[in-house]
Each structure stands twice: as C-alpha cells, then as structure tokens.
Unconditional design. Structure first.
Length: 50
C-alpha cells in the first residue's frame, strides 16, 4: 500500500479541506443527465441557461 506523504509534509497534521471541488464544479448537477446528450460532455453541457 502506498504511503501517504501529506501528513509527513505537514508535520503530522491532517489537511484542512475548505472546498469540495464537486460542489464548485457542477459536475454532479442532478439536472444534467449525461446519458441523454449527443456525444461527449463539453463545457457547453454545464453552462447555466437562466
């Protein structure tokens, strides 16, 4: 099993995670069903159309 190095670098402390990248990116947006789009998902797939 690989050794976790972040605790060694930070002097034994766990990192403080201030942001959940999945919440910010919108990738897990339930209003977008990727199985229904034509072709691969692009940035236009995730643009807000308000």
């Amino acid at each position: 099993m690989p050794k976790e190095t972040i605790a060694d670098v930070m002097g034994g402390r766990d990192p403080k995670l201030l942001m959940d990248i999945h919440d910010v990116s919108g990738v897990n947006d339930p209003s977008i069903d990727l199985s229904l789009i034509e072709g691969p998902a692009t940035s236009k797939t995730f643009e807000k159309n308000d």
